[in-house]
Structures are given as C-alpha cells and as structure tokens.
Design a protein around this ligand. Structure first.
Ligand SMILES: [Fe+2]
Length: 263
C-alpha cells in the first residue's frame, strides 16, 4: 500500500499527464510549456507499458550479481557496452556536485545485444528526447553523434535502502551545453516498477516548491517523466528501508534512462 503521508498536498496528477501515442500527436512547444509551468510532465502512451514490464521481468529473471564489474579510470568506454555495475557512495564527481547513492546500473546501449527486449523502448524514448531537445529524429540512436551517445540503461534501487540523494544533474547539463549549446539538460525517465506492488515505501521524486513529489504514487509503469534535471532537484528516497538488504536479489525499484553522455 502507498503511504498516505507521502502524498503531496494540492497536487493533482491530471494536471501533469499528457497522452501522446505517436509523432503526429506530439506538440513539442506544449510539452515544454507544461514542463516549465508545473516542474514535470508525464507522457502516457508513447512507450508500450507491456514491453516495459516484460523487459523488467526478463532482467529480473536473468539477473546475475556475479556480472557486476568495477570501472577503473580508463574504463569510460564500458558505458557503451552491456555493462553492469554497483554504485555506492559518490558518483564520479567526488569533489564537485557529488550526490550519494546506493544503486545498480545496467548499461544497455541500443547497438549492443538486446538482453532485455528493451531496444524498441530505448529508441522510442530517444526519439521523444530528440524531438523535445531539437535534434534530428535519429540523433545518437544507431551510433554516437556530435560528441555524444545515448547511455540507455536500467537503474535498480534494491529493497532494503536503495537510494539517490536529492541533486541536480549539473555535470550532464554542462556536457550538453559544451557539445550542443543547449541551455537546459532535460531528462526523460521511464517508470519501470509499480509502487504498492513491486515496492511499497520510498521512490523517485522531483521537488516541487521544495517538497518531494513521489511520482510513482500517482503514475504507472510505462509512463515517461519529462523534467529539467539540470535545474530541478530530484532523487530516489530509500526503497523499502525496513526490508533486509540483499545485493543478490532484484527486488526493489527500477527506472529507465536515455541521457546523452559525452562520447
Ligand atoms: Fe539525476
């Protein structure tokens, strides 16, 4: 059951939701305007929720903690392969703009073997991202382009305390500006777990007027969250913190991302 105390006063999910099924229906200016006005927009219909559930179930079924790898200082290109890692503590930016976390990441580039059946979902998400950010339809989908590549990946926040502290994506926004001149680092986050079913406490949030809005309290698997992650605080509150933590279990919360990373 969703914890009632986490519901945000005065928040109406219907204000944030847009149903958009295909490119003919996509009004980029309207999405941008709504995102600016409300802090985030949720797109329903663009991604097939059945493909997302099947992808997550495939990942869970084949999950092998023995595949975790450590990435050394010269290992950046691992991000362009199917590569699984655990992140504990700071991200790579230890001195500046760090944010603490406990998560597992499954990098799953579009050009690599389609381990989870999520390739079409990554392509759909990337096309939405490209439209919103003003890139060509197929930018960074088949290959790196313009100094950037699509870091399509699944993030797992394990039950028993998986979390990501509140932060803005400052290194991402800086890299994007350097490579493209864009002033804003938009993010497109795919909800992959159902709160109340797959996990019960905590979850992803975007801060609205200084208060965390736990979007999985209101939205569903397959919904695509759009927000300016370079300017809006966001994170993941501890997932089911009263459960016993177990790195070898895929229990917990999953989400999907298609950030443009430095090539
Ligand atoms: Fe972030």
């Amino acid at each position: 059951m969703v914890q009632a105390a986490e519901m945000l006063a005065g928040f109406d999910p219907a204000d944030h939701l847009l149903e958009i099924y295909d490119e003919k229906e996509l009004d980029v200016a309207a999405v941008q305007e709504q995102t600016d006005a409300l802090g985030f927009t949720v797109i329903r219909g663009w991604v097939d929720p059945r493909a997302v559930t099947e992808g997550r179930e495939t990942l869970e079924r084949n999950f092998d903690p023995g595949l975790d790898r450590v990435r050394g200082p010269d290992g950046y290109d691992l991000l362009k392969t199917n590569y699984q890692r655990v992140c504990i503590g700071h991200s790579g930016h230890v001195i500046r703009d760090h944010n603490t976390r406990l998560q597992r990441i499954f990098y799953n580039p579009i050009w690599e073997k389609d381990l989870y059946g999520l390739r079409d979902t990554w392509v759909r998400m990337s096309r939405f991202r490209n439209a919103l950010m003003g890139f060509d339809r197929d930018f960074c989908i088949e290959r790196a382009d313009g100094g950037l590549f699509t870091a399509s990946r699944v993030q797992h926040y394990p039950a028993g305390g998986g979390f990501l502290s509140s932060h803005k994506d400052l290194p991402y926004a800086r890299s994007l500006k350097r490579n493209t001149g864009l002033e804003r680092g938009m993010n497109f986050l795919l909800i992959m777990s159902k709160k109340g079913v797959d996990f019960h406490e905590g979850g992803g949030f975007v801060e609205l007027d200084g208060e965390p809005c736990y979007y999985e309290d209101y939205f569903d698997v397959g919904d695509l969250l759009v927000y300016d992650s370079g300017n809006k605080y966001h994170g993941v509150a501890a997932i089911d913190p009263m459960e016993t933590f177990d790195w070898t279990s895929p229990k917990g919360r999953f989400s999907g991302l298609v950030h443009l990373f430095q090539d």
